[in-house]
Design a protein around this ligand. Sequence first.
Ligand code: PLP
Length: 393
Amino acid sequence: MSNNGAGLNLAASLDRLGTESAFEVLERARQLAVIGKDIINLGIGQPDFKTPDHITEAAVKALRDGHHRYTPANGIPQLREAVAEDLHRRHGVDVNPDHVVIVPGGKPTMFFAMLMFGEPGAEIMYPNPGFPIYESMIRFSGAKAVPFALEETNGFAFSAEAVLSQVNELTRLIIVNSPANPTGGITPKEEIDKFCEGLEGFPHVAVLSDEIYSNMLYGGRQHTSFLQYPALRDRLIMLDGWSKSYAMTGWRIGYAVWPESCVEYVTRLCINDHSCVNAAVQQAAIAALKGPQDAVHKMVSEFDGRRRIIVDGLNKIPGVRCVDAAGAFYAFPNIEETGLTSRDFQNHMLEKAGVATVSGTSFGSWGEGYVRFSYANSTENINRALERVAAAL
Ligand code: PLP
């Protein structure tokens, strides 16, 4: 039992619930802007582009056409079919639309997976530094959160051997994320091959592959989807969505491909939690997948240009070094030689230089020595931010 100080007796699990500090940085940046400070926001992880017009129009039309009722809890069949077609086009895989479950964003899939696999006595593995909600939700479920390290020397790819060496009979789920938040790292196909081969020795272990940045790889790199490993299908949850690819973070829609044996349970969780995803937003999501993809390509090529500017610029600042961020829209420089801790660096840059970044420790304790810079901001602002950071150091 947890006492909240106001005499209410709350569930003890709440004491284990973490948060996503990027939202706190966003709020502090907003407060500083309100009092007249010029803040450049490289803190939050969302595209600075507008949702393409044809997607917005599809939602407006859907509302006018009367799409205002409940839909099936797992998503309308036309959308689940459009997802399967998109996965075929992008990854060359066949997916049964009945295994696709539409949810309000990328996060609900994590939440549901942790509720399904996590409980006291179980172990769930996750990347550190990694998206903070993984560790938070594992701990909330009561399971033991077992981190595996992502190393700068390895371009922040995960090492199949390092992950597999920690698997035991209590391990139920391994979370992987490539391209990754907060590092921008990509795990190469050969390493994923090794990992999937090694998993054959542990048939009781499921995988949650968070592929929300699957459209954002640079320098000619190709995405490797875990869906491309047929032997894993009956224990793979593959998470993706519209938030990042189509600049739709505020629309709240995402999906996962689930193992057949889990679909009924996750659908029940949807019914218990949110009934179904907003009907008009599901129509917009169809328009996103079936309509022209030029806006996605334009956005990704713009990110690529900014990525080079920020990585080069950071490497020119004394005390800062940054590996070539290969995916997503984050640079994750090492700032140890500045003599500041990650948290001090974050606070100093926000309060003194007016540049919002996120401390590496917000992504797990092994993020100490690093800071996340999101380059989802204009080239002009990125250049101004680099000048300010250099001056403030
Ligand atoms: N997965 C990763 C790795 C992310 O970085 C994010 C958002 O930042 C999400 C999932 C969540 O996406 P959504 O906003 O669709 O819930």
